[in-house]
Write a protein that binds this ligand. Structure first.
Ligand SMILES: NC(=O)c1ccc[n+]([C@@H]2O[C@H](COP(=O)([O-])OP(=O)(O)OC[C@H]3O[C@@H](n4cnc5c(N)ncnc54)[C@H](O)[C@@H]3O)[C@@H](O)[C@H]2O)c1
Length: 267
């Protein structure tokens, strides 16, 4: 059932690779709720994923941009402004670690990879917001949402250097939330999402077991990508105008649960 929550709003959605992507589900729901969207992803994702298919399906424009490149972001915003003018929402749904991909142990990280992890997965948000502020891309009362994981607060063994990336992402969210709030009345929040079977998620060693563990430690069970999209739409909508600089756990209660009867029985 659609509510028209984003009627008359337009925005940019990063990170839709395939149907499993959280961003893919956000794009579908944003469209259902009346938004106009521009999709963007790294040029390599066009080859590996299905983002162009999604753009066709939603009759949206797709503008490739590598979010580690200032030039690409400027071009993305310039084309956006040329097509429509300013935006009301922005989804940051991007993450990648070569240390995770190559299964490097945390105590033997490759530092070039580590820098890339931080650059792609966290500093990209700063870059999007800094350039966005300079180019005056955001409409007043706009909304920015980025996706994070509870490993930013607690130890999870195989999350590796993505842990530091998520901690940085959440810090950038708070910090920029202040400046964008003060100057443009734009809010900036993160959603800390349950493990979700996507390309990025499944790349974490032992992810299947993490899924089962968090399902059993969450009174409501793991949150799906589609359910995450619902929360993103709420945060993009006018219903959440005074929520900013927050990290919102969307995890079925996992973050507040020490132990469950279900897990006890397994031990
Ligand atoms: N899947 C999970 O379990 C989970 C849980 C919590 C948070 N998250 C976060 O959700 C976000 C979306 O991930 P997902 O799970 O939907 O996986 P996904 O693999 O579908 O999406 C990750 C996206 O990042 C894009 N990307 C990588 N490098 C890029 C670059 N340089 N420039 C632009 N885009 C780039 C990829 O092309 C891909 O579309 C990530 O920030 C991820 O860390 C995921």
């Amino acid at each position: 059932m659609a509510f028209g929550l984003l009627q008359g709003k337009k925005g940019i959605i990063t990170g839709a690779l395939d149907e499993q992507s959280i961003a893919w589900q956000v794009a579908l729901l944003a469209k259902e709720e009346g938004a106009e969207i521009i999709l963007t992803n790294a040029p390599v994702a066009v080859r590996l994923g299905k983002v162009r298919q999604l753009a066709e399906l939603l009759q949206s424009e797709f503008i490739p941009a590598d979010l580690v490149s200032e030039e690409d972001i400027i071009q993305l915003y310039q084309r956006t402004v040329d097509t429509w003018g300013k935006i009301d929402f922005l989804l940051h749904s991007v993450g990648m670690s070569m240390n995770v991909r190559k299964n490097k142990p945390y105590t033997d990280l490759n530092y070039d990879f580590f820098h890339k992890t931080l650059d792609i997965s966290a500093i990209s948000l700063h870059r999007l917001l800094q350039i966005g502020l300079k180019m005056d891309i955001f409409n007043e009362w706009g909304s920015v949402v980025a996706l994070t994981y509870i490993a930013a607060q607690r130890f999870f063994p195989k999350y590796n250097d993505m842990t530091e990336a998520k901690a940085l992402l959440e810090a950038i969210t708070r910090h920029f939330g202040y400046y964008l709030g003060k100057t443009k009345r734009v809010r900036v929040n993160t959603i800390s999402q349950s493990p979700t079977p996507t390309t990025a998620g499944l790349g974490i060693p032992g992810f299947d077991k993490m899924l089962v563990f968090s399902e059993k430690l969450s009174p409501l069970g793991n949150a799906t990508a589609r359910e995450c999209a619902g929360l993103v739409i709420f945060l993009f909508s006018d219903l959440s105008r005074k929520i900013t600089m927050q990290n919102i756990f969307h995890d079925g209660g996992f973050s507040q649960t020490g132990l469950t009867e279900e897990l006890l029985e397994l031990l």
